[in-house]
Design a protein around this ligand. Structure first.
Ligand SMILES: Nc1nc2c(c(=O)[nH]1)N[C@H]1C(S)=C(S)[C@@H](COP(=O)(O)O)O[C@H]1N2
Ligand SMILES: [Mo]
Length: 166
């Protein structure tokens, strides 16, 4: 993993929701190891693009004391990742665990190169599910056959998706 000087610098605490609710302070995030991952994101048009993202592993986030306080149920199947603007993605837990709560892209702090300072990214996610400005992560359990999309609220989705929610 290449060196990076980037540190998490989130303006807002993140809510972790399981059987209970807990708040993860920006300082807690700053204590987690910084990872860098090359992640391919699939656009709704079918295009794919790869960037090097820097951030904290979702797996590590779920092992913080805040996550323990939220008591994430063992039966969790999906994570609902939600932003300040109400954009919400529902991602299978296994996929989300491979992801990052990113605060940098290609070595630049997101806050310096974009109008958001955090972004949820995971391999193979479609663009609309890469939630910017994450404010909460909620553990949820879908029944077999339930449609994850019915839990989502994807804003600004291009027409190719046919998923103009709300
Ligand atoms: N918080 C938030 N995150 C969001 C969105 C949004 O409206 N709000 N739009 C999504 C959609 S539909 C896409 S395609 C990508 C666009 O990312 P880009 O600005 O890097 O192209 O961000 C996603 N993340
Ligand atoms: Mo989009």
């Amino acid at each position: 993993m290449p060196d990076t000087d980037l540190r998490p610098s989130l303006s807002e605490p993140i809510r972790i929701l399981g059987d209970e609710a807990a708040t993860m302070a920006p300082e807690t995030l700053a204590d987690l190891p910084v990872r860098e991952r090359e992640i391919e994101i699939v656009c709704s048009t079918g295009d794919r693009y790869t960037d090097h993202w820097q951030g904290v592993a979702i797996m590590d986030v779920l092992e913080t004391e805040a996550a323990a306080a939220a008591s994430i149920p063992a039966e969790t199947t999906h994570l609902l990742v939600e932003s300040a603007d109400g954009h919400r993605a529902c991602v299978a837990l296994g996929d989300a665990l491979d992801g990052l709560l990113a605060f940098g892209r290609d070595g630049d702090a997101l806050g310096a190169v974009a109008d958001y300072d955090s972004r949820f990214v995971a391999p193979g996610l479609t663009g609309p599910r890469t939630v910017k400005d994450v404010v909460s992560v909620e553990a949820t359990r879908l029944e077999p056959g339930e449609d994850p999309e019915s839990y989502e609220r994807l804003l600004e989705v291009e027409s190719e998706d046919g998923a103009d929610v709300e």
